[in-house]
Design a protein around this ligand. Structure first.
Ligand SMILES: C[S@@+](CC[C@H](N)C(=O)[O-])C[C@H]1O[C@@H](n2cnc3c(N)ncnc32)[C@H](O)[C@@H]1O
Length: 292
């Protein structure tokens, strides 16, 4: 069987089985490409050139094992592969942390323009990725801004360990540290840019999530009452950690309205994305002082 035919056939099987595509892709065709290219270590950038490639029997057997786990157990493809891609970079990915899928990737790709000016003088020198999971957001930032120092922080020691493995994967040990903290507790620095994707799902919503999400650590999803308890705590503590002129970028997804209700006097700047996603706001140090 040829690669392209296998992918098309797989997409039909995934659709027929009713799998949920919410871990970095939003349709069964992309999910099939991700599974096949990831499992066979093929280069996504050469997808057209490889579409007529013949699949060997042992490759089909390897793929079928993954497909059975994807459909039968509803395991996310990234966990089955043990890796994923975020902001154009490869990361180790397993059930110690959520599968990376934040729209913040697009902001990193754009160098956070216009919040920060392009060129070394206008770029953030110190960055914090708070609630870092496997560290994808902070590591992608370190790769985008070659002079910046980055702290990755997460309350879960398992996520912190995975983040450390990803730091090593990218050879960034000199500029990027992974720490275990409860929000800002245990951090002493100030930052030019704080990026945070805290858990923001309410217990009622968690109960209704598709089975794929049950493979992810609950600590990465559960945002407490109406989803924004952790985000509220974070916003009340952030002012002391941000340098003048700095920005805090916070993702709260579909809990954006609940967050606005907690801070009725704050004028939230909700960012727009070309490649999908919403519910990400940008706040200045001055705004955070008023929210403390
Ligand atoms: C939505 S996940 C985001 C992971 C990663 N930043 C990403 O975008 O894929 C939220 C993360 O916040 C962490 N977390 C939950 N409560 C925390 C707290 N009080 N302090 C620090 N991290 C926390 C969880 O362990 C989880 O890894």
């Amino acid at each position: 069987m040829r690669l392209q035919s296998y992918i098309e056939h797989l997409a039909d099987r995934l659709a027929g089985a009713g799998v949920h595509c919410g871990h970095g892709v939003d349709n069964v065709h992309d999910e099939a490409v991700f599974l096949v290219f990831g499992a066979l270590d093929l280069d996504f950038r050469r997808s057209i050139a490889q579409q007529d490639r013949k699949l060997e029997q042992d490759e089909i057997e390897r793929l079928e094992k993954l497909v059975l786990a994807r459909i039968g157990r509803r395991a996310p493809t990234a966990y089955l592969l043990g890796k994923t891609w975020f902001a154009g970079h490869e990361f180790i990915c397993d059930s110690r942390a959520l599968v990376p899928r934040s729209p913040i990737a697009e902001l990193i790709g754009n160098g956070f323009e216009p919040l920060f000016e392009p060129g070394s003088a206008g770029e953030p020198g110190a960055v914090l990725d708070l609630c870092c999971g496997g560290g994808c957001i902070g590591i992608a930032c370190a790769l985008r801004f070659p002079a910046c120092r980055v702290d990755l922080a997460d309350i879960s020691p398992e996520a912190r360990d995975l983040a450390r493995e990803n730091v090593r994967l990218h050879g960034l040990e000199e500029r990027v540290s992974a720490l275990q903290t409860d929000l800002f507790e245990g951090l002493n620095s100030r930052y030019d840019l704080i990026l945070a994707n805290p858990p923001y799902v309410s217990p009622e919503e968690i109960a209704q999530l598709p089975d794929e999400y049950r493979h992810e650590p609950a600590l990465g999803l559960d945002g407490g009452t109406d989803g924004v308890d952790i985000a509220e705590r974070l916003l009340k503590q952030a002012a002391k950690r941000l340098n003048p002129g700095g920005w805090l970028i916070l993702e709260t997804g579909y809990s954006a309205t609940q967050l606005e209700n907690r801070f009725p006097n704050t004028n939230f700047l909700w960012l727009e994305f070309d490649h999908g996603g919403a519910g990400v706001c940008a706040l200045t140090a001055e705004q955070l002082r008023e929210m403390a």
